[in-house]
Design a protein around this ligand. Structure first.
Ligand SMILES: Nc1ncnc2c1ncn2[C@@H]1O[C@H](COP(=O)(O)OP(=O)(O)OP(=O)(O)O)[C@@H](O)[C@H]1O
Length: 277
């Protein structure tokens, strides 16, 4: 399957319920969403509102209890069942999870962690793989000598950037980021956000950026989805939501955002390039 210029991930009437009977809990309720390679969508909401469940469903790590998610018309749960179409899904849609520690194998170097998806998904090995890895490390301002370290030998912020590098080295068309900057120092957050935004704009990569923080999300996303208890309570252009919040919960988020310390709010202004540790 050759990948068209614009890919579309379409979520139609998707719900996800965990458990059964008295213990059943619906984490995502009848959600519709279209993501393509030009989207920059931010998903905000308090802890437990269903953001991670939704992002995991977008890469078939969780399966919907109802509704469908398709990539260019093909059900991604079906794609994931077969080796070749599963690889196609991962070539097109890459996911960066919140917990970077458990997402890296502690016995393998970071170079190995980046080389594996390149080999498995793109068939790229040897000198070409090393060149691609060096290129993405440069972009994320990770020093070359760090590439041969093990996950526990780098800081949490550096590991987070390696997790991003592992996704971007595959050259996906859609990137899903789940709380990728919340563990980072505020000054590094701005730089990483800028890198993600610039990369996605320049390479026409669609972005779904999940966070409980409004400043980072508002900075990076053109379109904002606000979730509460598994429901979408607002879904409009970011600037409209910021100017005229319609739902009381959004107004609360916005209020906290406006009262946030200046250094956090200043994330909405692109930060100058900094040399990252
Ligand atoms: N595998 C699971 N089994 C049972 N319940 C789950 C599972 N995964 C998530 N949930 C529940 O679904 C709800 C939504 O969780 P989810 O992780 O999607 O929220 P979130 O908005 O991403 O929260 P956070 O910001 O804390 O990561 C929560 O009540 C959570 O306890």
């Amino acid at each position: 399957m050759s990948v068209p210029a614009v890919v579309t991930l379409e979520v139609s009437g998707v719900s996800k319920t965990f458990g059964r009977g008295d213990t059943a809990h619906t984490a995502v309720q009848t959600l519709d969403l279209v993501v393509d390679s030009h989207s920059a969508i931010g998903i905000v909401g308090e802890s437990g509102s269903g953001k991670s469940t939704l992002s995991r469903m977008l890469v078939a790590l969780e399966h919907p209890s109802a509704g469908t998610i398709t990539l260019d018309g093909v059900d991604i749960v079906e794609m994931d069942k077969k080796a070749e179409s599963g690889r196609e899904l991962r070539r097109v849609v890459q996911y960066v999870a919140q917990d970077t520690f458990s997402s890296f194998d502690p016995r393998r170097s970071l170079r190995d962690a980046l080389a594996t998806p390149l080999r498995v998904l793109r068939g790229i090995t040897g000198a070409e793989a090393d060149e691609r890895i060096a290129e993405i490390a440069r972009l994320l301002r990770l020093k070359p000598e760090m590439i041969d370290k093990y996950p526990h030998q780098v800081s949490g912020g550096q590991r987070q950037r390696f997790a991003l590098a592992r996704a971007l080295v595959v050259r996906p068309r859609i990137l899903l980021c789940d709380e990728v900057v919340s563990a980072l120092d505020v000054s590094v957050q701005g730089a990483v956000l800028n890198t993600i935004k610039t990369y996605c704009d320049e390479h026409s990569v669609g972005l779904v950026f999940v966070s409980h923080g409004l400043p980072a999300t508002a900075f990076i996303a053109d379109e904002l989805i606000v979730m509460q208890n598994g429901h979408v309570v607002e879904h409009r252009p970011t600037q409209d939501v910021l100017a005229h919040p319609e739902h009381p919960y959004t107004a609360t988020l916005l209020d906290a955002y406006r009262r946030a310390p200046r250094h956090i709010v200043s994330l909405v202004e692109p930060l100058p390039e900094v040399e990252l540790a």
